[in-house]
Design a protein. Structure first.
Length: 319
């Protein structure tokens, strides 16, 4: 199964969860004395509910204001601070402060939040280095954060943990010179990540189309940035999964084969078909009604979906 993910997102957590606090990190607050974060004097002071459960719910509330989140970040409860660090409205200065939190799970959320300041992400890119055990999770979240600065991602591309390096190799902000270097990495996981990155230079993707690892070639075939000539060549690959990805994109693929691939078991192949130009209205409508959300989104993002009758045929309304 290919690892190609058209909606790859740096956030490592799926949804809300309530993990147990780390054994080495009891609920003891921040790593350093917090500076004063009282609201601006022109604003009404934020009054928090007295109960801990109410504060936890407030920190999870999508409508919580930045001012409220700044005060909640001071609460002596790691779950509250975890939710603040994960909140899309958390102010950058609050996230910078929580980047020094003693609870690693809080720092992980800070590392994954796209609103975290670049200098905080740069500091978290060294989190866990030199310590005991396999403590790479925070760095891994930074590597997958699309807001991470290119210079930070270049550093993470040399991380001792392969999962951190592969995250940097997947990040579209990683410098192309770093991606080209990682394309020669002896670990096929690194080359697969580079092959899946749409920011990888077309010339590098063309070279990876000849990689001995079929997983690398499959990622190249599924990459929208791969040159047409390389995709056409991969349509004759000895591996069926590589061929399927390539045929889904190749302009030379017969219409009947395209219709077959639109029903392929692998949703990533169907996504590649959904992004083709000039798809027949019936095939595009079928893909727009696909049960897999990513396939449906790709089809509805296709310029051809706005053509008369396609949305109605799919039983959908264009956004």
């Amino acid at each position: 199964m290919s690892t190609f993910d058209p909606r790859r997102h740096p956030r490592g957590s799926d949804g809300r969860f309530a993990p147990a606090p780390p054994a080495e990190d009891p609920d003891i607050g921040l790593a350093a004395d917090l500076v004063d974060v009282r609201p601006d004097p022109v604003q009404a002071p934020v009054v928090l509910p007295g109960g801990l459960e109410e504060r936890r719910r407030l920190a999870e509330d999508p409508g919580a204001s930045p001012e409220t989140l700044a005060v909640l970040a001071l609460v002596d409860d790691w779950e509250v601070r975890y939710s603040v660090a994960d909140h899309p409205s958390a102010p950058p200065e609050t996230l910078a402060r929580l980047g020094a939190d003693r609870a690693k799970l809080v720092r992980e959320c800070v590392a994954a939040n796209p609103s975290t300041p670049p200098e905080t992400l740069a500091r978290l890119a060294a989190d866990g280095l030199g310590g005991d055990g396999d403590d790479w999770d925070v760095r891994g979240r930074v590597a997958r954060n699309d807001s991470a600065p290119p210079a930070t991602l270049s550093v993470l591309a040399d991380d001792p943990e392969p999962r951190v390096r592969s995250g940097a190799a997947l990040n579209p902000n990683t410098p192309t010179s770093t991606l080209t270097r990682l394309a020669d990495d002896p670990d096929p996981r690194m080359r697969r990540a580079v092959a899946a990155n749409t920011a990888t230079p077309p010339g590098t993707l063309a070279l990876l189309a000849g990689d001995p690892d079929w997983g690398v070639r499959a990622e190249v075939a599924g990459n929208m940035s791969t040159p047409t000539s390389a995709v056409d060549a991969l349509a004759a690959d000895p591996e069926s999964e590589v061929r399927s990805f390539a045929e889904a994109a190749a302009s030379s693929t017969p219409a009947g084969r395209v219709a077959e691939l639109a029903r392929h078991d692998d949703p990533h192949v169907r996504i590649r078909v959904a992004r083709r130009e000039g798809l027949p209205a019936g095939v595009l409508a079928e893909l727009a009604a696909d049960d897999h959300e990513w396939v449906s989104e790709a089809a509805r993002s296709n310029p051809g979906f706005s053509a008369p009758g396609v949305a109605a045929h799919a039983g959908l309304l264009a956004d």
